[in-house]
Design a protein around this ligand. Structure first.
Ligand code: CA
Length: 235
């Protein structure tokens, strides 16, 4: 069944959480951000829904009655379930993180968490879920061919290092929205320790990108002072 009456393009999220108040709060908050949310209060129901409906993201509580969230996840992955999964957990140890990743989690959030942080993770994972299908990205006269990882501007090839390419592709995928240095540290550098100061490294890479990409009159990469960067066309 699909919600024919809705606009139909909202990202769909399956929330598997046995605590009704937490599940309800998640649904309310996510729906306010424009997501469509389905709830499952047991691992078995979560497994069933995940196996029978398409979702862009699954948010999975680890501590569930009956089968543990990670058991459910491992079983889904063995069955070929490719949807990104964000695991919620009350535990925060190295072994727990490794167990989560081994079971097939894409990201991990420790309870209690700030809703804004959950949203940031959700946005990144949903984008990945959708963006993997986008093979060509554009910004003005700039074109990225994702499969070949090539960049051209005005038809001229732009030679980027691997890291520069990853950074730039990320910025262009977020075209028109502000990207913080924290997002770049996490999603491009894979740095999960939020206190690690990567700002200088990021700024150096941005400066190099600018020299290679923004050589003409029309700049694409803009700095939002104290916050981060935004790719905009036509300025
Ligand atoms: Ca629980």
């Amino acid at each position: 069944m699909t919600g024919a009456a809705s606009l139909g393009n909202e990202p769909r999220i399956l929330v598997v959480e046995d605590e009704f108040n937490v599940a309800g709060a998640l649904r309310e908050g996510l729906e306010a951000e424009g997501y469509r949310v389905c709830l499952a209060h047991t691992g078995e129901d979560g497994f069933f829904q995940a196996s029978n409906q398409p979702f862009e993201l699954m948010i999975l509580d680890r501590m569930l009655p009956g089968r543990d969230g990670l058991e459910i996840l491992a079983a889904l992955r063995r069955a070929g379930f490719l949807t990104p999964v964000l695991v919620l957990t009350a535990r925060d140890g190295v072994e727990d993180r490794v167990a989560g990743l081994d079971a097939g989690a894409d990201d991990y959030l420790v309870k209690p968490f700030a809703f804004a942080e959950l949203l940031a993770r959700v946005r990144a994972l949903v984008r990945r879920s959708r963006g993997d299908q986008l093979l060509r990205l554009t910004a003005g006269d700039l074109v990225i061919e994702v499969a070949g990882r090539t960049v051209t501007r005005g038809g001229e090839p732009v030679d980027l290092t691997t890291r520069e390419y990853e950074l730039f592709e990320y910025l262009v995928r977020h075209k028109g929205t502000l990207v913080s240095r924290e997002m770049l540290a996490r999603d491009v550098w894979g740095e999960t320790e939020r206190c690690t100061p990567l700002d200088n490294v990021i700024d150096v890479h941005i400066a190099r990108l600018r020299k290679k990409i923004d050589t003409g009159e029309t700049r694409l990469i803009h700095t939002v002072r104290g916050v981060g960067f935004i790719v905009r066309e036509g300025e």
